[in-house]
Design a protein around this ligand. Structure first.
Ligand code: PGA
Length: 242
């Protein structure tokens, strides 16, 4: 079986550094009790402003001194450097110790008018500088459009997350059968062993089914990743799959 990914997308939460530290520490503390396996990668994606202050650095990442948790960011800009007020370069994130970057989340597409062409630029930059992209989609066409001109060996590095918009933050998770049908379509485009994830109202009660019944390689989790106990339950369920 392929590696499983458990990704916590904190979105624009929590609202103070103190609370962010509290959340990070409590996940880190509980994570110590989880049986370690290289087959499950747990990735936390806090807001940009907390990345450096949570004690994340490339040396810490190399030593895995924050207990095997890996860090990603929720977005990056579509240019690597230059005069772009208010933006964050993928290279800055890489230099800070991030390993992954979420690209094309539906909230970015909706509220920041991100198009497939912009997402394509972001994917290319992330790949060029060595961040692993987690591409979010809710339509099959977004895979090919987002990956335009990206070579096969690089396409293999992109993790693709199916997140039906209506399931995000609504408590109405997608049924396993429906999710599986979409997963099959994704695999037709990407190849049968390509890592695909499900996201949208995942919790500890529905998490396992997306792996066992729908055939995904992991989960992208919003709301439940802000509740350490619930998030840890999901991690434990993933570890038990092996
Ligand atoms: P949710 O968010 O788990 O709160 O539905 C998922 C996401 O937006 O990545």
């Amino acid at each position: 079986m392929n590696k499983l990914f458990v990704i916590g997308n904190w979105k624009m939460n929590p609202l103070s550094l103190k609370k962010a530290k509290g959340l990070f520490d409590s996940i880190k503390r509980d994570f110590k009790s989880v049986k370690k396996t290289k087959k499950v990668e747990v990735i936390l994606c806090p807001p940009f402003v907390y990345l450096a202050t949570l004690g994340i650095s490339s040396s810490a990442r190399r030593k895995a001194s924050y207990g095997g948790l890996v860090i990603g960011s929720q977005n990056c800009f579509l240019e690597e450097k230059g005069a772009f007020t208010g933006e964050i370069s993928a290279l800055m994130l890489k230099n800070l110790g991030c390993k992954y970057v979420i690209i094309g989340h539906s909230e970015r597409r909706k509220y920041f008018q991100e198009t497939d062409a912009m997402i394509n630029k972001k994917l290319k930059i992330a790949l060029r500088i060595g961040l692993i992209p987690i591409l979010c989609i809710d339509k099959i066409s977004q895979i090919k459009n987002g990956m335009k001109e990206i070579l096969g060996k690089d396409i293999k590095k992109i993790i693709v997350a199916y997140e039906p918009i209506w399931a995000i933050g609504t408590g109405k998770a997608c049924g396993y059968k429906e999710a599986k049908e979409f997963n099959v379509l994704m695999k037709k485009v990407l190849g049968k062993n390509h890592p695909t994830l499900y996201g949208g109202s995942v919790n500890s009660k529905n998490a396992s089914g997306y792996i066992k019944e729908s055939g995904f390689h992991g989960l992208l989790i919003g709301g439940a990743s802000l509740k350490p106990k619930e998030f840890l339950k999901i991690i434990k369920l993933m570890v038990e799959q092996f």
